[in-house]
Design a protein around this ligand. Structure first.
Ligand SMILES: *Cc1c(COP(=O)(O)O)cnc(C)c1O
Length: 420
């Protein structure tokens, strides 16, 4: 077969790693063209919540596709978007009254940053400095990369990334250093906003910190009038055990970013919710105060219909009960994994568990452990993508007890790769 012209994301084609062809998916299982049944342990990159091809979402998409496929959203509107916006205000435990649509987590973050800067600009107090947390990830567009951790992933573009204030990660026992740095940075008169992943830093290594820390960081920002942007692109829609991570800390952000699970993981869609103060700063008869942001597919009706179906599902008690049950099963599995030699730093945040495989200092293992782990899981028909020597499970909520046990067993067995 000739080589595919497809250039895949986060893929080094030179390494010639196999790229499986998936034909269909159902629940937590992917079915490949060569007849394998693969357990999707990471929800197809953190998006699938209720399971692949959920019938309620599939039928909402099918119905909408035959009715209104796409519509310019500047100055026009449609029922699915209106329903998503009202549905979010009704469902979410925050009181942010304005909903701005885009199509990915990265764009939701870009919108959040532009809203924050637009707010300060329009009220006549231009502030430009954005504060970020060490080890953060907020997406791969230039602005989103600017507010994320710098490293090998973005070094080629470093010159284009804007300057930010980096607040140290609140390591256990060192929380005060985080608070002090945040307090000092918030006192600077040009500080516009602080963007943060609530309770767990995803791509940064599944680093978990407690709700009290989130609450304190929010209180510091509020004290200084610095806008608090919660990036719940990954943590939203139940991942942390509650609908939003912020609710565990009783925190009301000024701006909230949601994407990934908003359509149950079926269609690309994102929203950025804003406080009345931020919307009001753009509300005027003066055209220069308009919020100038859009993309062609903003609030695509088919994607919105999928989101409407997802929002409706969150009103069923069974979704939250299933979530609590999954958290419990993950916690039991993790307790056993913590006893396995070669496994360290076991941690959990709601439905997500993570652990590190112990690698000897300077053993050189770190550099090749990741591909070995990847191959190990691939051979067992498990979709698990290690972050260096960190492995995590973030399954769709419909994962069965048997499937989850298979995953926990594989994680234990993989410790043999480092214990040798
Ligand atoms: C995935 C992610 C993003 C980027 O979302 P995309 O839809 O991939 O652009 C932003 N923030 C967080 C916290 C994420 O996990």
């Amino acid at each position: 077969m000739t080589q595919s012209p497809v250039w895949h994301p986060f893929t080094q084609h030179g390494l010639q790693e196999p790229i499986p062809l998936v034909e269909r998916a159902e629940g937590a299982v992917l079915y490949t063209a060569d007849g394998r049944e693969v357990i999707d342990a990471i929800s197809s990159w953190w998006v699938t919540t209720h399971g692949h091809c959920h019938p309620r979402i599939v039928s909402a998409i099918a119905e909408q596709a035959g009715k209104l496929d796409q519509l310019i959203f500047a100055g026009w509107t449609h029922e699915p978007a209106e329903k998503v916006a009202r549905g979010l205000l009704d469902l979410l435990p925050v009181s942010l009254p304005h909903v701005f649509f885009s199509d990915s987590g990265s764009t939701a973050v870009e919108v959040a940053l532009k809203m924050a800067l637009g707010y300060w600009h329009n009220i006549g107090q231009p502030r430009h400095r954005i504060l970020v947390m060490q080890h953060s990830y907020h997406g791969d567009t230039i602005g989103a990369m600017s507010v994320g951790e710098r490293g090998v992933f973005n070094q080629a573009y470093d010159k284009l990334l804007f300057d930010v204030g980096v607040i140290p990660y609140p390591y256990q026992g060192a929380e005060q250093a985080t608070y002090d740095a945040l307090e000092t940075a918030c006192r600077q008169s040009d500080t516009a906003a602080f963007i943060v992943e609530p309770l767990i830093l995803g791509a940064g290594g599944m680093l978990v910190y407690p709700p009290e820390v989130l609450r304190e960081m929010h209180a510091i920002c509020a004290r200084h009038g610095v806008l608090f942007i919660a990036d719940e692109v990954m943590t939203g829609w139940g991942r942390t055990g509650t609908l939003l991570a912020c609710e565990q800390a009783g925190v009301e952000p000024d701006i909230l970013c949601l994407a990934k699970g908003i359509t149950g993981g079926s269609m690309p869609l994102a929203v950025t919710l804003a406080s009345a103060a931020i919307f009001d700063a753009h509300y005027s008869t003066d055209r220069s105060k308009t919020f100038y942001h859009s993309s062609s597919y903003t609030a695509n009706p088919i994607a919105c219909a999928a989101a409407v179906a997802n929002i409706a599902m969150w009103h069923d008690d069974s979704v939250r009960e299933g979530l609590a049950d999954l958290c419990q099963r993950q916690s039991e599995g993790l307790a056993k994994l913590a006893q396995v030699p070669g496994i360290t730093n076991t941690r959990q945040c709601g439905t997500i568990i993570a652990l590190d495989y112990a690698v000897g200092e300077g053993s050189g293992y770190l550099s090749n452990l990741q591909p070995r782990l990847l191959a190990f899981f691939r051979e067992r028909d498990l979709l698990i993508r290690p972050l260096g020597n960190t492995v995590y499970l973030m399954p769709p909520y419909c994962i069965t007890p048997e499937q989850l046990t298979t995953l926990h067993d594989a994680l234990a067995e993989a410790a043999g790769l480092v214990a040798a």
